[in-house]
Design a protein around this ligand. Structure first.
Ligand SMILES: [Zn+2]
Length: 316
């Protein structure tokens, strides 16, 4: 082979090599570009989803924050009117720690806000009618079928409330102070709430505060009505065959007019019932404490226990 031809051959070989390399680079670039586009599309989608979720959270927070503020104001009003020391402790705990949440279909909650410096597991979860129309979990449906006004989930530190629009400020305040008292206790001094005796003991403790608050807010008229209710309950107990706890909660009596005069007109039938239940439990507990002849402590436990079994909050 002549020198010239050899050179030509080499040039052709080099050109071929270069062309092959360029093709490989092009393919690599193409693959990288495709990967980048796919990644970017995924990323953009994810960002959009994140943005959407953020907006949903923000709108849920905006919807529920005024509800929490309203309940807190109601509790503050009752705590300050009653000047009850325990109620003030509860308010202090709630103000520092109570976050905001909404119910989740699986029965859990989604956190919407937590106060700066909160130290305890404490979440306020209002249930709105729209929550119950959506695919809510069984736990929320079950909760809503009860008429307890508020409930504390000791396990997860959640206070759930519903029916806010049907309740006046005093009733709301009493309910939130009751649940807040449970929540504070369970966080500061944990107890075995699965133990029915301990659960009942805790209810008795909280009712004691609730009854002090009712007396302080209701004043003289409430005290008079309470005596009337104790007299009525006493009549049932004169028959030795009547076991009070077997009659719970059917012994309740209607005191609509009297209660309206004391606490202001009820906003709904639901509120009337709630106030009557407050008076009724107060009447029974005070009857046991002041007039019942026998083991007062055992009777109080027995009453509260059966009250909660009836309400389907305790399993026998
Ligand atoms: Zn309770």
């Amino acid at each position: 082979m002549s020198k010239k031809r050899k050179k030509q051959h080499q040039v052709t070989k080099t050109t071929k090599k270069t062309s092959y390399r360029n093709t490989v680079i092009f393919i690599i670039c193409l693959v990288l570009a495709t990967v980048a586009v796919i990644w970017y599309m995924g990323y953009a989608k994810e960002q959009k989803q994140k943005e959407f979720n953020q907006q949903m959270l923000e709108s849920a927070r905006r919807q529920r924050e005024p509800i929490k503020d309203d309940w807190m104001k109601a509790a503050e009003l009752v705590a300050s009117r009653s000047q009850n020391a325990q109620a003030k402790e509860v308010m202090n705990f709630l103000t520092k720690n109570l976050g905001l949440a909404r119910p989740y279909p699986n029965g859990g909650i989604q956190l919407l806000d937590v106060p700066d410096g909160a130290q305890y597991k404490a979440f306020f979860c209002p249930i709105l009618p729209s929550d119950l129309l959506s695919k809510m979990g069984e736990i929320w449906q079950r909760w809503n079928s009860m008429s307890s006004g508020g409930m504390t989930d000791y396990e997860n530190g959640i206070i759930t409330v519903g029916m806010g629009d049907s309740l006046g400020q005093i009733t709301k305040g009493i309910i939130l102070l009751h649940e807040g008292n449970h929540l504070r206790q369970s966080q500061l001094f944990p107890f075995n709430h699965h133990d029915n005796a301990k659960y009942t003991e805790e209810e008795i403790r909280v009712y004691k505060t609730q009854h002090e608050i009712l007396a302080a807010v209701g004043g003289e008229l409430y005290e008079q009505l309470l005596v009337k209710e104790m007299d009525r309950i006493g009549k049932y107990l004169t028959d030795s065959n009547v076991v009070l706890e077997d009659k719970v909660p059917f012994l309740r009596h209607e005191y609509y007019t009297e209660l309206n005069a004391i606490f202001g007109p009820s906003k709904s039938l639901y509120e009337r019932d709630a106030l009557q239940t407050f008076l009724y439990t107060n009447g029974v507990m005070k009857y046991i404490e002041t007039r019942y002849v026998g083991d007062k402590e055992a009777m109080a436990h027995s009453f509260i226990y059966s009250f909660y079994v009836h309400a389907d909050l305790l399993k026998q």
